[in-house]
Design a binder for this molecule. Sequence first.
Ligand code: CA
Length: 236
Amino acid sequence: MQKILIIEDEPNIRELVLYNLSQNGYEGLAAEDGLQGLAMARSEKPDLILLDIMLPGKNGYDICRELRAEGSKTPIIMLTAKNEEIDKVLGLEFGADDYISKPFGIRELIARIKAVLRRYESNPEQEASANGQGTPAGAGIVIGDLVINSDSHEVRLAGRPVELTLKEFDLLRILAENRGRVMTRDQLLDKVWGFEYIGETRTVDVHVRYLRKKLGDEDNEGKYIQTVRGIGYKMP
Ligand code: CA
């Protein structure tokens, strides 16, 4: 049974979500403040985390950032309040996989959980890249020193593994698959984050920046990712 941790200080939401998780065949766990939540995320190793932003003890952004900094790849769905429109973008920048605005319908929440888990399960990347082994380079897209393997979700630069988040990997893969073609920010948003994010182009820019940093490719005329002014990005 898949384990889902909800970190939320509002008891009504917590209980409603816990109840519906069990109704849908998940094992639900709950934490009511940020510190407890972070501790449980570490000790319980849930399959997915539902993370509120405004929390006593430690806020959701910090929890997300700390987990990612520790190398955790557990999918995270941020629960954002309606007046925190800007926050969803920030949440994605801190490494969350998706967000849902409060108040949300339970059916929508369960659908998001399923979608994120499905996306995550189709990427059995983790172990393969963590232990530094992996499938032969021949199986991937090769661009200079860079090898992108879509099957193992592994990226290597000059033979060394590069640790990417799910979104960074998808972004890189889509650019690589469309090599030589300019991809607009909206196209990238649609393909990597889903159509509901169209318009939030800052998310793409931020992730391109992270990606370039990890690839040691930080100028606009990059070796791997080029900025096409006013339009988007391309892989040369
Ligand atoms: Ca709250």
